[in-house]
Design a protein around this ligand. Structure first.
Ligand code: FPP
Length: 244
């Protein structure tokens, strides 16, 4: 299915997939059990976006701050990412999904980094859904990197430093080539942004749910989209102006 233009359906959906650890704890299992269960919910979310004709899905899989977790959990997550790439890429590619890993990828082990690059190259021509997996990502990192890239271009003489405005800077942020972020979902009951997509969130609708990420299925995502469809997006204008 190709991307829709119905304004009540988000074109770009981002999710902070929180609650894996608590889901596992409720079952008296280690946290990594929750991360494995979380993978199933990732599959549900991808399927849901393909069905609904959503153009971009951006998932927060590993933040710049997640390196501070216990080393065993960090290595279990790395192992999980590696296996997920090996196992899922064929099917995602078959479904026309373009995979992009966004974040500071240099920090990952060479093997994982190479797999990430391979998955991105292999699926780069696909158009059914942009699946952006944020790993070692931070919103402040994204903005600082964009500022650095813009300054470098200015010092090469591509444009003047005084021409670095919002639009120009936006062009250097990670997801600049994709539709603006419409809907930001966080599962797991916390009502924080946690340094995810700070630039892109400016006019996004925010949706928080207590549901733990492994319990999220397509019905739960449909509820979030129903809620989004009822929102009035004013972008600074009055309600009357929007209606008129
Ligand atoms: C947050 O829950 C979750 C993560 C830091 C990892 C997310 C990873 C997955 C869902 C695995 C699959 C992902 C891909 C893209 C293959 P938490 O551990 O902070 O949960 P808690 O708040 O209950 O402790």
């Amino acid at each position: 299915m190709t991307a829709r233009t119905d304004a009540r359906v988000p074109r770009h959906l981002a999710i902070v997939m929180d609650g894996n650890g608590r889901w596992a704890k409720q079952r008296l299992r280690p946290r990594t059990f929750g991360h494995h269960a979380g993978q199933k919910a990732v599959r549900e979310a991808v399927e849901f976006c393909l069905r609904r004709g959503i153009a971009s899905l951006t998932l927060f899989a590993f933040s710049s701050e997640n390196w501070q977790r216990p080393p065993t959990e960090v290595s279990a997550l790395m192992e999980l990412f590696l296996k997920a790439i090996d196992r899922e890429v064929d099917e995602l590619h078959g479904n026309g999904v373009r995979i992009r890993f966004v974040g500071d990828l240099d920090a990952f082990a060479p093997e994982l980094h190479a797999r990430m690059r391979g998955a991105m190259e292999r699926t780069s021509g696909n158009t059914a859904l942009n699946l952006n997996v944020a790993v070692n990502y931070g919103g402040r990192w994204d903005i600082a990197r964009a500022a650095r890239l813009a300054a470098e271009a200015a010092s090469r003489g591509e444009f003047g430093f005084d021409e670095i405005d919002e639009q120009r800077l936006h062009g250097y942020t990670c997801l600049a080539d994709q539709p603006p972020l419409d809907l930001f979902i966080r599962t797991g009951g916390e009502t924080r942004v946690s340094n995810f997509l700070l630039w892109q969130i400016a006019y996004a609708e925010l949706y928080f749910t207590d549901t733990l990420w492994p319990d999220v299925d397509q019905d739960r995502l449909a509820e979030a989209l129903d809620d989004y469809a009822r929102r009035e997006r004013r972008y600074g204008r009055t309600g009357e102006q929007v209606a008129g």
